[in-house]
Design a protein around this ligand. Structure first.
Ligand code: SF4
Ligand code: SF4
Length: 190
């Protein structure tokens, strides 16, 4: 699901109440879409399991049921950027995902080659100094190769969750600055 551009354009040093609200709404809508899709798939005779759009189970080790970003990467929707975000050719990282696991017969796409190139915008803008500016072709073997997860989590959990009317471990700055998201309506990724 594409998130409206101006939600990100309003960010300056971290999350706003507006972003926090739409983050929740987008996740709820994605979960509904996944449930409806599962009903459709089951009616066709195949199995279907919806994986929540955002339900961290273990904050200490950054684990969820199954990371939607990894699924999106494997499904060829985008490449894993230096920020660990999935960067789509159409909307950059200004998207949220939900996953449905199924045994339905589907034609698979191939993963996309990484197109970050020499860009350092997320590294330069990271409010925690957490992004290491390490390139990869398809995906990182471990998240820690790309990002100092402790620094990022410390910023989100210990600072941004305390912001009035935010109260969620979200940030949005590396999403905002990615040129693949900012190119929309501006004639190129720059
Ligand atoms: S979410 Fe924020 S703190 Fe974490 S890597 Fe992105 S910009 Fe840095
Ligand atoms: S800001 Fe640049 S380096 Fe970071 S994910 Fe986007 S394209 Fe890749």
């Amino acid at each position: 699901m594409k998130i409206p551009n101006d939600i990100f354009e309003q960010l300056s040093d971290g999350p706003t109440p507006l972003y926090a609200n739409h983050y929740l709404n987008a996740n709820a809508l994605l979960d509904q879409i996944a449930l409806r899709l599962c009903s459709f798939i089951e009616r066709s005779g195949a199995r279907a399991l919806p994986v929540p759009a955002s339900q961290p189970l273990d904050w200490k080790n950054f684990r969820s049921h199954l990371p939607s970003r990894a699924v999106a990467n494997a499904a060829g929707l985008g490449w894993q950027g230096k920020s660990l975000l999935i960067v789509t050719p159409q909307y950059g990282p200004r998207v949220r995902f939900v996953s449905v696991l199924t045994d339905m017969a589907l034609e698979p796409d191939r993963p996309l080659d990484n197109r970050c190139g020499s860009c350092t915008r997320c590294t330069d803008a990271c409010v925690a100094g957490a992004i290491r500016n390490v390139p990869t072709r398809f995906h990182y073997k471990r998240p820690d190769e790309a990002i100092d997860l402790r620094k990022c989590a410390d910023k989100l959990i210990n600072e941004f969750t305390r912001r009035e009317n935010v109260q969620k471990p979200i940030c949005g700055i590396c999403i905002k600055v990615c040129p693949w998201g900012r190119k929309i309506g501006k004639g190129g990724a720059g």
